[in-house]
Design a protein around this ligand. Structure first.
Ligand SMILES: [Zn+2]
Length: 152
């Protein structure tokens, strides 16, 4: 609403292992991020930044969708404030971490405080970008990670 040129990217990937059903990897991730976008869209106050939901193609065969996104948007990398993806099933989220730069650490702590009542621990220095956003993260895009219980 006030910074539409700035992008927060969330997503997952549409393909699956060819011997699996694809329900967990990664239909769950697509469902989680689409539902997040719906919830954000239903808020009475629209977010300041553009929320871009990306259903990446063909992660399992070589990150082709993530690589194509990074190439197509290379000149917009500074417009992307942070990116996150869901690619580890539909289990409970237990941790939050990010690669946000030093000037954004206060915002990261605010996110961690908002997640704490849900039983989600702040786990700075752990994790990494998911696979779909890794080609863009390799160019410097900040990532956020919600670690999920993958027991099942
Ligand atoms: Zn996957």
């Amino acid at each position: 609403s006030s910074k539409p040129e700035e992008v927060v990217l969330i997503g997952g990937h549409l393909d699956s292992w060819d011997l699996g059903t694809g329900a967990i990897d990664d239909a769950a991730g697509i469902g989680i991020t689409m539902a997040a976008a719906k919830l954000i869209g239903d808020l009475p106050q629209h977010p300041a930044r553009t929320i871009r939901v990306v259903a990446f193609a063909n992660e399992e065969q070589g990150l082709y969708g993530g690589k194509a996104y990074a190439a197509a948007h290379a000149d917009e990398i500074t417009a992307h404030q942070i990116a996150a993806e869901s690619d580890f099933g539909a289990g409970r989220v237990y941790g939050y971490s990010s690669s946000a730069p030093a000037h954004a650490q206060a915002a990261g702590r605010q996110i961690a405080q908002a997640l704490a009542p849900l039983g989600i621990k702040h786990m700075p220095g752990t994790g990494g970008p998911g696979p779909d956003i890794s080609p863009f993260a390799a160019q410097g895009l900040a990532w956020a990670r919600l670690s999920q219980d993958g027991t099942d």
